[in-house]
Design a protein around this ligand. Sequence first.
Ligand SMILES: [Zn+2]
Length: 163
Amino acid sequence: MTDTMTPEQRSRCMAAVKGKDTRPEILVRRFLWKRGLRYRVNNRRLPGSPDIVLKKYKTVIFVDGCFWHGHEGCRLYKLPQSNTDFWRQKIHLNIARDYRVNVELRLMGWKVIRVWECEITPKSTRETVLERIYNKIIGLPPRNYDIPDSDINIAAEDTVDYR
Ligand SMILES: [Zn+2]
């Protein structure tokens, strides 16, 4: 193996070797699969090409990288020191597109769940967030959780319902 991989490629490679992919999207998929939910991935026919599509529940899930999707106040969202304006503009366009995609999908009758990578990656909050995603998919009301609603992205989605 030559030493020409980027850190990201290397981590994917190592994950593949160990048979354990820890990318946020994979963690969500694996959890849903274990819970018996079946889905399709990267559906390009729907607005925004949702990461996970659960047709039976008319639900789509996006697992958003905190940098690319501009997670305000998140330690993973730090604009680079050089070309800062370029990056700011680029990410603001991404945020605007995400918003538009949410509206389009909801108007089509889909339930939209967005999860930040920083919610899924740490083991401390992962289980709670995954449970909440599951409940949101199958339509159970949220139970009492350790994490306040304000800390969880998907809670904000609950306030708007286009169905
Ligand atoms: Zn974040």
